[in-house]
Structure formats: structure tokens, C-alpha cells
Design a protein around this ligand. Structure first.
Ligand SMILES: Nc1ncnc2c1ncn2[C@@H]1O[C@H](COP(=O)(O)OP(=O)(O)OP(=O)(O)O)[C@@H](O)[C@H]1O
Ligand SMILES: [Mg+2]
Length: 479
């Protein structure tokens, strides 16, 4: 199966629409959780660190006027034997002299000396030995000596804090990652499952031969969501079917129409071959000539129809031209036939230019067919008038466009109202007249009319007599 270039996948679209919002939500919630986790951890561990500093403060004494730190190993072990974090401390007396502690922390503490401390204590985030530490600085009175003060710095590495933050974050983020993974899996497999019925429809269509144009709904039950698609396919198949049937009918009719005159032609030629004298031969040849004319006309009509098929590339509206000129010429060409039948053929053009866009030769064929019909079906001594008018007030003026009306009127027998639509069908002829013809003239006219975006209809003449064929063309430019 060939993939269409640029086609998007439903699966990808769903994933995009689902995952982007979920992932954004997870990210925001992870950030918020991280901030909350830092706050909770800092509060809890800072309290413990301050407690540690107070423990140290309790060990301060004044000995011979000097402040000293009485820290037995058992008390020191409380800090130093922590399995995860390392502790450092230093203590200074009120004169800023070092009383005791760890030398590693001294460079860091030196830089903190100038910092202001509001209240008893203050916390800092610094580094000792290139490791992050949290330091509490506490100013305290020596127990029992209200006039002697000391400053204690106690630092702890932040491994336990970091561990707790990670745990809190993990507890929030991990379930969200599971949710995203599950949603991805659900979409991935859900789409495949949801679209499985489409595969049934595809197979039902792929299995068909080109002659099987039954509606798809007859053979497969489509899910509700894709029923509009299947209905559209069915509709297309129905129209295709109608089109193919009409093509078949047309070919069968055309074959029939051609076979009959060709068989007659062959008979005439055989008779001519057996002619006894020159006069008889000449008579037969005249008939042959007449038959060849008829067959030629029929073949030309069939070619015209083929050329005018909407799917054919032959007919392309080409130029803008004045209908006055084309119709005048077509009418003049038919004057001899009218004169032969003693018919008064007249043309009433319009004073202004009647410009349309289209194919000149097709329009000439249209007018010729209409006038030819009027002359053929009107009794000798009748009257045929061709009129052209630019209509600026037509009621159905759509797209703000003027229209041009072409009327071909005769005072012949007319076409019964019930037949006025049918005469446009291919090979349709009204029974009851002896005029020869194949019933293609108006079908060709109709195709030309449609190719020019025009309309055609047939009425009876004034006083209910005769025929009026009206064609309404859109004028080429709005005036
Ligand atoms: N002006 C008219 N007056 C009376 N009947 C007409 C007129 N124009 C057409 N018809 C009727 O409509 C039918 C169809 O006309 P159409 O031009 O399609 O075919 P045709 O004239 O019979 O054959 P051809 O293909 O040679 O033109 C004609 O057979 C005729 O009965
Ligand atoms: Mg005709």
C-alpha cells in the first residue's frame, strides 16, 4: 500500500494531542513538588541542625575566666558518627578567639564573619572541601554566665536532605511517568484496534473487480464514525455506475444507428454493381452519395459528443468573442436550406456587443443545430427567427453577472410539453414526424450549453404555436 506524501497519522495526532498536555502538566507538578520538597526538607533538617548547635552551646563553660568547650568523645560521636552526612563545627568566644572545632570549616566561616545575624541564628548554604553544606551560625550566652557570649558554627553536608528531596520527587513523578507510558500504550494499541473495522472496508473494496460497483454498505458493516465516508464512496460508485450504464447505452445505440445506414449503403452498392445501363447506375450512385452524407453527419455528431464529454480534454473554452458575429454567420450558412423549403429565416441581433467566453466552433455548432431543427420540423412556408439580446434585468442574475439570451423561434408543430426535457436525451426523437434524423442534435447542444455554464429550455411560441429554444449565456464581463 502506497503512503500519501504529507499524510498525517491518526496515531501520531492523538499522541501529540494527549501527550503534550499531560507531559506539560507533569512537568509543572514536578517543579511544584520539587519546591515543596525543598521547603519541607529544609525546615525539618534546619531544626535538627539548630538543635545540634544548642547541644554544643550547652557544653560551653568558663574556666579561669576563659570560655572553653567541654566536649567529651561520647558527645562528639553524636555528630561525627552519622552514616550519611559529615559534620563540622567551630566555636569562637566573645573576643572572636577560636575556642575549638574543625579546621576544614575555618576558611568558609572566615567569609561569613561579616554577615549580619538577626536574632539568635542564621542559616547559610556554602561549600566545605568542595562539598555542599548547610551551616547554622548561632550566637549564644555561655550557660550560667549571662555576660559571656560565644558564636557557634555547625555545618552538615546535604546528602540526607538531597535524598529526602529525591524521594519526595520520585513519589510524585514516578506515578506520572507510569501514567504517560500507559496513555501512550493505550493510544498506540487503541488506535490499531479502533481502526481495525476500516481494514474490513478496505478489503471489501480491494477484493472487487472493476465491474462490481455495488454499494460498499451492501457487503460490509461500517462503524458509525466512518459511515459518512462509506456513504460518500457509495454515492460516487452510484454515479459511476449510472455513467457507465449511459455510456453502454450510448455505444449500443451508436452501433445500431451506424449499422443500419451502412447495411443500406452496402445494398445500394450491390444494386449499383448490377445496374444495366448508365442512367440506372447514376441513379444508384446518387442514393449512395445521399447515404454517405447521412452516415458522415452521424459520425460527425458522435465525434462531437465524444469531444464534448466532460472528462475529455478536447474541449477547452478558449476565447472571448461576440455572439452577434458567430450567430449571424451560422444563420447565413443555413439560408440555402431555408430557401429550399420556402422558409423565411431571419436574424435579429442586438445593438451592443454580446461577449461570451468559450469555444467559437462549439457555439457555431449549437446555433446550427437549433436553426437546423427549426427549419427541418417547420412546414414549408413557415417562419424561423433567430434573436439575440443582452439581458441586464434577468431575474436569476447570479454572481452579479449579466446574461445574454439566444432565442430560436419557429411556427412549426412545436414539441409537446411532456417531451421538452426528453428531446435533450441522446437518440431521443419525437414520434409522428417523417423528418430523418438520429436524435443527437439537441444532446450535442445540451453538452455545449453545459460546457459554457449556460442554460437551455424549450417553450412553445406565442399563442401556443411553434417552438422557442432559449439559451442563456453568462456575459463574459460584468458591465
Ligand atoms: N424546432 C422543432 N420543432 C419541432 N420539433 C422539434 C424541434 N426541434 C427538435 N424537435 C424534436 O426533438 C427531437 C430531437 O431533436 P434532435 O435535434 O436532438 O434530433 P433530430 O433532429 O431528430 O436528429 P439530428 O441528430 O439529426 O439532429 C426531434 O426528433 C424532433 O422531434
Ligand atoms: Mg436535430
Amino acid at each position: 500500500m502506497k503512503k500519501q506524501k504529507g499524510a498525517d497519522s491518526i496515531r501520531k495526532q492523538l499522541l501529540r494531542w494527549l501527550l503534550i498536555p499531560i507531559a506539560s502538566l507533569c512537568l509543572v507538578s514536578a517543579i511544584i513538588s520539587y519546591i515543596i520538597a525543598i521547603n519541607i526538607t529544609t525546615e525539618a533538617y534546619d531544626a535538627a541542625l539548630l538543635e545540634g548547635a544548642r547541644e554544643l552551646a550547652n557544653r560551653l563553660q568558663v574556666n579561669h575566666g576563659q570560655i572553653v568547650l567541654d566536649l567529651p568523645p561520647s558527645a562528639l560521636a553524636i555528630f561525627k558518627e552519622d552514616k550519611v552526612d559529615k559534620y563540622y563545627y567551630v566555636v569562637f568566644d566573645d573576643l572572636g578567639r577560636l575556642i575549638g572545632g574543625d579546621s576544614e570549616i575555618l576558611p568558609t566561616v572566615d567569609r561569613l564573619h561579616g554577615q549580619r545575624i538577626n536574632g539568635d541564628s542564621r542559616f547559610f548554604n556554602r561549600e566545605v572541601n568542595k562539598t555542599n553544606v548547610r551551616i547554622v551560625c548561632m550566637r549564644t550566652a555561655v550557660p550560667g554566665q549571662n555576660n559571656r557570649n560565644a558564636t557557634i558554627y555547625l555545618a552538615e553536608t546535604v546528602l540526607k536532605r538531597q535524598g529526602l528531596i529525591n524521594e519526595i520527587l520520585g513519589a510524585v513523578v514516578l506515578p506520572q511517568l507510569c501514567l504517560i507510558s500507559l496513555a501512550t500504550l493505550a493510544v498506540w494499541f487503541g488506535v490499531a484496534r479502533g481502526l481495525a473495522p476500516l481494514e474490513g472496508v478496505r478489503q471489501a473494496i480491494a477484493r472487487r473487480t472493476q465491474w462490481d460497483l455495488r454499494p460498499v454498505t451492501e457487503v460490509v458493516r461500517a462503524p458509525i464514525e466512518i459511515q459518512p465516508l462509506v456513504s460518500a464512496i457509495d454515492d460516487l460508485l452510484r454515479r459511476l455506475n449510472e455513467d457507465i450504464e449511459s455510456q453502454h447505452r450510448f455505444v449500443a445505440n451508436a452501433a445500431h444507428q451506424l449499422r443500419t445506414p451502412l447495411a443500406g449503403l452496402k445494398t445500394q452498392i450491390e444494386l449499383a454493381q448490377r445496374a444495366d445501363n448508365k442512367a440506372e447506375l447514376s441513379n444508384f450512385l446518387k442514393q449512395v452519395n445521399h447515404s454517405v452524407d447521412n452516415v458522415t453527419r452521424l459520425v460527425n455528431q458522435l465525434l462531437s459528443l465524444a469531444k464534448l464529454e466532460p472528462a475529455s480534454a478536447w474541449f477547452v473554452p478558449q476565447s472571448e468573442f461576440d455572439l452577434n458575429q458567430v450567430i449571424k454567420e451560422a444563420t447565413s450558412d443555413l439560408v440555402p436550406s431555408a430557401v429550399n423549403k420556402n422558409i423565411d429565416l431571419g436574424f435579429e441581433g442586438c445593438n451592443e456587443p454580446a461577449i461570451i467566453k468559450g469555444d467559437v466552433s462549439s457555439i457555431r455548432e449549437l446555433v446550427t443545430n437549433l436553426i437546423d431543427n427549426a427549419i427541418r420540423y417547420t412546414q414549408p412556408g413557415g417562419k424561423v427567427t433567430v434573436k439575440l439580446a443582452v439581458n441586464n434585468n434577468a431575474e436569476d442574475l447570479s454572481r452579479n453577472q449579466h446574461v445574454i439570451d439566444l432565442l430560436v423561434e419557429d411556427d412549426g408543430p412545436g414539441i409537446p410539453a411532456a417531451e421538452r426535457e426528453k428531446v435533450f436525451e441522446r437518440f431521443y426523437r419525437v414520434l409522428g414526424n417523417n423528418v430523418p434524423g438520429s436524435g443527437l442534435g439537441l444532446a450535442i447542444v445540451k453538452e455545449i450549453v453545459q460546457a459554457h455554464d449556460a442554460k437551455i429550455w424549450i417553450d412553445c411560441g406565442e399563442a401556443g404555436k411553434g417552438t422557442v429554444a432559449s439559451v442563456r449565456f453568462p456575459a463574459s464581463s460584468a458591465k
